[in-house]
Write a protein of this length. Structure first.
Length: 181
């Protein structure tokens, strides 16, 4: 796995093994970040279910001002830190948080935090994609401008959020659901 564009192009990233981890493929990662180019520049990027951190690191490489990586697994969080160090990324431009994604979102919402982009890539075998979508769509304020959820299906947003689902791209068994608020 490598960084495929931007300042850290070509840097090799350590992956993580295990049944609960499924890294975003290079093709999908590239397509997502290519579609976000102007939106990522100098903005804040939240990488939920961050795994080895590849998508958030790619966002930093392509000009994100700050990235927050949320990962419940201690082993994965350690690998994210290792990958950030391998790339020589300034520690002031990122945070690695060991926490449950929904708990983290609740806390951020309580504090009124905002992100330009939230990317979520939960385990396909769970309903976490729906939980993240429902939580963000039902907030009283907009925690993000763009929400991208990578999962094993096209998502069906609640009625109040239908207009925010802008497109769905499929890559084999992977679906990338793009919301804009």
């Amino acid at each position: 796995m490598r960084v495929i564009g931007g300042r850290y192009h070509g840097r090799k990233l350590k992956g993580i093994r295990g049944d609960q981890f499924r890294p975003t493929t290079q093709m999908v990662k590239g397509a997502i970040l290519d579609s976000l180019y102007g939106d990522v520049q100098d903005g804040s990027f939240l990488d939920l279910f961050a795994g080895s951190g590849g998508v958030g690191i790619e966002a930093l490489s392509r000009g994100a001002g700050k990235a927050v990586f949320v990962e419940k697994s201690r082993r994965a969080a350690d690998i994210i830190e290792e990958n950030l160090g391998k790339c020589g990324i300034d520690p002031g431009s990122y945070a690695v948080i060991r926490n449950d994604a929904i708990d983290f979102l609740r806390r951020e919402a309580e504090e009124g935090k905002k992100y330009r982009v939230i990317f979520a890539d939960p385990p396909y075998s769970t309903d976490m994609a729906m939980q993240v979508m429902d939580f963000i769509c039902n907030l009283d304020y907009r925690i993000c401008r763009i929400l991208i959820i990578e999962c094993a299906q096209e998502l069906s947003p609640p009625p109040e959020c239908c207009a925010n689902l802008k497109r769905i791209k499929s890559y084999g068994q992977t679906y990338v659901n793009y919301f804009r608020f």
